[in-house]
Design a protein around this ligand. Structure first.
Ligand SMILES: Nc1ncnc2c1ncn2[C@@H]1O[C@H](COP(=O)(O)OP(=O)(O)O)[C@@H](O)[C@H]1O
Ligand SMILES: CC(C)(COP(=O)(O)O)[C@@H](O)C(=O)NCCC(=O)O
Ligand SMILES: [K+]
Length: 249
């Protein structure tokens, strides 16, 4: 069994898998991961199996050492970390491939493996990212503040605005402060993403490319997705598995 970690700035998704198709998933808050021994105790509560390898997609480098210590101490192995430069089935057509967040790398790997050589991926996490894949070439993308980040920014940056609960609104004109914020934080961003995707489609001739939404917060907007959008919550986990298959096997 393989143990996969998708370490995001808010949550870490832990997944046990044999085949990269089905996953036994647990979610922890990333800041709760403090030592390799605590991680071991936590994992033993949920998983009885032994782990063949651990594969980590991390965008929080200052806790990567915990996974290294865990792998050495409890598996007598080296933890495997996702990075663009080690995956050569995709051309990383950006200035500094080593700079691409591992979560974006695995989204792109899984998109190319499961949806074809062209795809547009939107990952709704702490930050929202858009990835452009054209002819199996990663052309780069977009980074947008996440919904919660924007609610917090308005709350911390003003005297009177409250921290509102995230709920999309089906109107574009708010009648009270909360709905004004919700429309500003969610509806305008979704509209901006739609506009950006239309521009990407015309600039890169990607008119028929699949549009894939993923990430913890995509659950929030699922009922607002247009019919031509694919909702794939396990995209990144499959990408970690494909990375392992391609680089460690
Ligand atoms: N099941 C959920 N329902 C609603 N919001 C969620 C859910 N899971 C995560 N979130 C929110 O989405 C944001 C980040 O989601 P997540 O994908 O876990 O982020 P990251 O990968 O950046 O750690 C956080 O603000 C978190 O509170
Ligand atoms: C943009 C991100 C913060 C998103 O991470 P997340 O919201 O999943 O925590 C992450 O992909 C990252 O740190 N990227 C590095 C910069 C780049 O990809 O260009
Ligand atoms: K993410």
């Amino acid at each position: 069994m393989l143990l996969l970690f998708d370490v995001g700035n808010t949550h870490t998704t832990i997944a046990l898998t044999k085949d990269g198709k089905s996953f036994d998933i647990k979610r922890v808050s990333t800041h709760s991961i403090q030592t390799e021994d605590e991680l071991y105790v936590f994992l033993k509560m949920f998983y009885k199996n032994d782990f063949k390898d651990i594969v980590v997609s991390s965008v929080v480098p200052n806790i990567n050492y915990i996974f290294e210590f865990f792998a050495e101490k409890y598996l007598n192995k080296k933890a495997i970390f996702v990075s663009a430069k080690e995956y050569n089935e995709i051309a990383w057509n950006v200035n500094t491939p080593e700079e691409i967040g591992a979560d974006r790398v695995v989204d792109v790997i899984a998109a190319s493996r499961d949806y074809g050589k062209d795809a547009i991926v939107v990952d709704f996490g702490t930050a929202i990212t858009i990835e452009v894949l054209k002819d199996n070439r990663y052309e780069g993308g977009v980074i947008i503040p996440g919904f919660n980040m924007m609610v917090n920014a308005l709350f911390k940056g003003t005297a009177k605005l409250p921290k509102v609960e995230l709920k999309p609104s089906n109107t574009f004109v708010g009648k009270d402060t909360e709905s004004n914020i919700r429309i500003g934080v969610i509806n305008t961003i979704l509209g901006g993403i739609d506009y950006t995707i239309e521009r990407i489609k015309s600039d890169y001739d990607l008119k028929s490319a699949p549009i894939i939404y993923t990430g913890g917060q995509s659950k929030l907007i699922r009922e607002y997705l247009k019919k031509d959008i694919v909702y794939d919550l396990e995209l990144g986990l499959r990408g970690i598995y494909y990375f392992y298959e391609n680089t460690a096997c």
